[in-house]
Design a protein around this ligand. Structure first.
Ligand code: CUV
Ligand code: SF4
Length: 625
């Protein structure tokens, strides 16, 4: 039976989103919110994690009344296996993205492409040095080849640990070794999780959870970190710059191309092609004033960090951006791309173009994007967008707001440069209590939660307490639209952050990049721990994903916890059907890895929990609370 749709005011905190949701309803276009209404209530067994489909003796559903699956697996085993596979899906996504960057590096080293090149030689050499590759007296290409081989090998089975564990404090590595949690090879841990969760293998929930953590660590310190570092090498290390955000970045008088997905390999080329005079002139012939490339989700974050392109929106804005009626093309690579975008594009003149063989969409225009032919393909894609401008119906265009200013580009290298060449001033500011601690707020939107209500609220509550906030992923646009990503936002911060950020001219909420760029935060934590000669779990830091939805977010959360970082989630993963697994996640892991998850839907309370944690950690370090 069809239910009444939820009132638009309950779906999002943003005016631009509300305007487009009204337009969608008026035009009879279905959105993610409508489909959620139709899917609710969800299956209780699935929510609790107590269904198993891992063999055809089942599928099984276990409960108090009927506690064992056909094979005898209980709720603990079933929940742990499901959660393990869930995290592994996320680790695979990030890591396969990382691998794609190694393949671009390979194309550069083999001389197969001129469209990509090594932009940040210094960074390449620095990374090479960290992972033990000889750099002195060797050409850039020789070093690049060894880096490529080293990272390809990080995915395999021959190493005892992935290379970037060189960055991890020794005490932490010892802890992992003692727990059999050391990530050895990215593909190895992923494959082993699939093996362990086959019927009749790992039937001990805590043991499965340990391997889930190992798989997540292979993502954070392996696949994701490789993705971030090689993206910097190939496209440049981000530096601070200004940009804009919200649906107002879509321009009525321009050809608008939205890039969506995760990997900068495609979107960087689209941006470059959009600047070619021939294509710009063709746009002008058709009556536009130019070509505008704007970002959605994480590939937007990648281009924002490095090239300063504007951000049209985060996850729950992706459908709504098309509903402005002013988008000529949406160009996607992979991950977090709702298939509904093809359907909604079909309601307008918008061309939906997919670019990856591993992420094809029925009904899309497909390009098999390859490093060898990247620029040529990017030109063809931009040309399709430009020609679509002629089909735009001006009567259906509604761009609901003016863009808001944001500051971006905070790589660790940029932060260290801003601090005068070392992390010491940050360590001193932490010691003095001007920066009491730091929390990374990361991840998604989820239509079950009023869009960005938690993402924004938590950031605001934390900076009031002089806790520096780092944002990535979809929290970026949330913080940006709330006015938190500009230096002037120090008005909303406590006195310590006002002083430190004020003197540096930076916002109290720093944009640290895309989801794979959470590896930058890991690296920062490791560097701070090494500087203080302590473990990461001794630092006054935390992580949060208030509105998460994806397998990748679960992997990020778990590698944060396993790295020793206290981690908040706004709602639980589907594990509550097992007391063993739930207890382990929210308390038991503390003894093992020095951090746990905590689940808290109230952001004022969540900020207080971080505050308490930071007090305790500061005290243990001998600092003022
Ligand atoms: Ni990778 S994973 S919705 S785009 S942050 Fe955004 Fe970020 Fe979550 Fe996806
Ligand atoms: Fe059922 Fe066990 Fe098969 Fe899972 S593995 S479907 S619990 S019989």
């Amino acid at each position: 039976m069809a239910k009444e749709p939820r009132p638009i005011d309950e779906l999002t905190i943003w005016d631009d989103a509300k305007a487009m949701l009204r337009k969608a309803r008026a035009e009879g276009i279905q959105t993610v919110h409508d489909r959620l209404d139709r899917q609710t209530p969800h299956c209780k067994f699935c929510e609790l994690g107590t269904t198993c489909r891992n063999c055809t003796m089942g599928p099984c559903r276990v409960s108090e009344k009927n506690p064992l699956g056909v094979c005898g697996a209980d709720a603990d085993v079933i929940v742990a296996r499901n959660f393990g596979r869930f995290v592994t899906g996320g680790a695979a996504g990030h890591s396969d993205h990382g691998r794609d960057l190694i393949e671009v590096l390979e194309a550069i080293v083999e001389g197969e492409t001129k469209d990509y090149r090594i932009v940040a030689e210094d960074k390449l050499r620095a990374i090479a040095g960290e992972v033990g590759i000889q750099t002195e007296g060797r050409s850039t290409m020789e070093v690049a080849r060894d880096v490529m081989d080293c990272f390809f090998a990080d995915f395999g089975s021959r190493k005892k640990e992935v290379s970037f564990l060189a960055r991890v404090p020794q005490v932490r590595k010892d802890k992992w070794a003692g727990l059999k949690m050391t990530p050895r090879g990215v593909d190895r841990e992923i494959a082993e999780m699939m093996h362990r969760t086959h019927m009749g293998c790992d039937n001990d929930a805590p043991n499965t959870m340990i391997h889930a953590a190992r798989t997540a660590l292979a993502d954070g310190w392996g696949g994701s970190m490789i993705g971030t570092e090689l993206s910097d090498v190939i496209f440049g290390v981000p530096t601070p710059k200004m940009s804009t955000a919200n649906l107002g970045v879509i321009k009525a008088d321009k050809v608008n191309i939205l890039v969506h997905g995760h990997n900068p390999v495609v979107s960087e080329m689209i941006l470059a092609a959009s600047r070619e005079p021939e294509l710009v002139n063709r746009a002008k012939e058709l009556g536009a004033t130019g070509i505008n490339v704007a970002g959605l989700c994480c590939t937007g974050n990648e281009l924002l960090m490095r090239q300063g392109i504007p951000m049209a929106g985060n996850h729950l804005m992706t459908e709504l951006a098309i509903i402005t009626g002013a988008v000529e093309a949406i160009v996607v690579d992979y991950q977090c791309i709702m298939p509904s975008l093809v359907q909604i594009s079909g309601c307008y003149h918008t061309k939906f173009i997919d670019t990856a063989n591993k992420a094809r969409f029925t009904g899309a225009i497909h390009f098999d994007f390859q490093p060898r032919t990247a620029m040529k393909q990017a030109r063809e894609i931009v040309s399709i967008a430009v020609e679509a401008f002629a089909q735009r119906d001006p009567g259906r265009v509604d761009i609901p707001c003016e863009p808001i200013e944001i500051m971006t580009g905070f790589s660790n290298e940029a932060v260290i440069a801003a601090l005068g060449g070392s992390l010491d001033p940050m360590v001193q500011a932490i010691a003095a209590g001007d920066i009491r601690g730091a929390v990374g707020i990361v991840g998604c939107n989820n239509p079950k939660i009023k869009q960005d209500s938690m993402n924004v609220k938590l950031a605001e509550e934390l900076i009031k307490k002089d806790i520096l906030v780092l944002v990535t992923g979809c929290v970026t646009t949330a913080a940006g639209k709330a006015g938190l990503l500009v230096p002037g936002a120090i008005e909303k911060a406590g006195p310590g952050l006002q002083k430190v950020c004020g003197s540096l001219g930076i916002p109290p909420v720093l944009h640290y990049g895309s989801c794979v760029d959470n590896a930058r935060i890991l690296q920062l934590c490791a560097a701070l721990a090494n500087a203080l000669k302590v473990d990461i779990s001794d630092l006054p830091v935390g992580a949060s994903s208030p509105e998460w939805y994806s397998e990748k977010a679960a992997a990020i959360g778990l590698y944060a916890v396993a790295s020793g970082i206290y981690t908040h989630l706004g709602h639980p993963p589907n594990i509550l059907g097992s007391k063993t697994v739930t207890d382990l996640a929210v308390s038991g892991l503390e003894d093992l890895v020095g951090a746990t998850f905590f689940i808290e839907p109230d952001m004022v309370k969540a900020a207080d929990m971080f505050d308490q944690r930071i007090r305790t950690k500061r005290k243990a370090l001998g600092l003022s609370e």
